[in-house]
Design a protein around this ligand. Structure first.
Ligand code: AKG
Ligand code: FE2
Length: 296
């Protein structure tokens, strides 16, 4: 298996991964994911079953709340698509997150990897963008004024600051034009708000990163919402501006896997399409890697 890093310690690309030859349950993929934070496997011709098995070799499956888009026979896999059928039915989740976010950061267990397997791509648009949050933490540490501002507001050193998270997009709170995802009451009732440290240490590699400053991050612990909102927005803007950035342009057969502890991401350039041939379809599956016995 040949791999190369596309940026500095960020985004590992493999062009010749062969499931039949290299095997699903292998330590190499987990190691490459650790190295790259985002792992890109090009040219994959996987059945749904093979894709499922491959992801199970990396961790334990985490079902998404949007079960209405699950692939038949595979509740762990949901469809992401911008295709709307002639009778108005969406083929999948239209935008899995058009705003910067971290998958499942609204849940207690945050050691989560996400994968997208591309089956169909439009002529243009439909990219996923990523930010390197290890790099973001380094940039923040070098910016004394912003560090001090955060520490003073929270009354804690950076390491001890905690943030309240809830499903959705913080930026949509004050601006109805901003994209967000909404849940039904039933879906909402399964999700209690959670508290996470702003700084996280990766359970397997020890890498330190800034965690989930966008999307679900609502308020700093011990700080009012009025004071928290502009500070969180400032921190998010800082991270987007200063940390390494990668935009993935999919080709059908690409399998992209990312570590949510170490990255932020968003879908970009995705409009609904009524033309199936000019639309995207990706299969998505999440796995948790903090369970015993799993590889990551
Ligand atoms: O639509 C995309 O490219 C990103 C989707 C996404 O953020 C997700 O499925 O979690
Ligand atoms: Fe996402």
């Amino acid at each position: 298996m040949k791999s190369r890093m596309l940026l500095e310690n960020f985004v590992c690309e493999v062009i010749d991964y062969d499931l039949a030859r290299d095997g699903a349950a292998n330590h190499d993929l987990a190691a490459l994911l650790h190295m790259g934070k985002v792992l890109v496997l090009r040219n994959q011709a996987l059945s749904v079953f093979e894709y499922h098995q491959l992801m199970l070799s990396l961790g334990s499956p985490q079902r998404h709340v949007l079960q209405n888009f699950a692939v038949e026979g595979f509740a762990d896999i949901i469809r992401i698509s911008n295709f709307i059928s002639p009778d108005g039915e969406p083929e999948g989740v239209l935008d899995g997150g058009a705003y910067w976010h971290t998958d499942m950061s609204y849940q207690p267990n945050i050691g989560i990897a996400t994968s997208l397997l591309s089956l169909r791509e439009p002529v243009c648009g439909g990219h996923t963008q990523f930010i390197d949050m290890v790099d973001a933490l380094e940039a923040l540490r070098k910016n004394q004024p912003l560090c001090q501002k955060l520490e003073q507001a929270c009354g804690q050193p950076l390491e001890a600051i905690q943030v309240h998270h809830r499903f959705g997009n913080r930026r949509a709170l004050g601006d109805p034009q901003q994209p967000t995802q909404r849940l039904t009451r039933g879906q909402q009732s399964t999700l209690a708000p959670v508290l996470h440290h702003l700084m996280q240490t990766h359970p397997r590699t020890g890498q330190q990163s800034l965690f989930a400053v966008a999307g679900t991050a609502l308020r700093f612990e011990g700080v009012t919402p009025e004071r928290s909102l502009p500070l969180l927005n400032e921190l998010e803007d800082f991270v987007i501006e200063h940390a390494q950035f990668y935009q993935h342009h999919y080709r059908p057969g690409d399998l992209v896997i990312w570590d949510n502890l170490l990255t932020l991401h968003r879908g970009y350039g995705i409009e609904p399409s009524r033309n199936r041939h000019n639309s995207r379809l990706l299969y998505r599956m999440n796995v948790a890697y903090t369970e015993k016995g799993h590889l990551i």
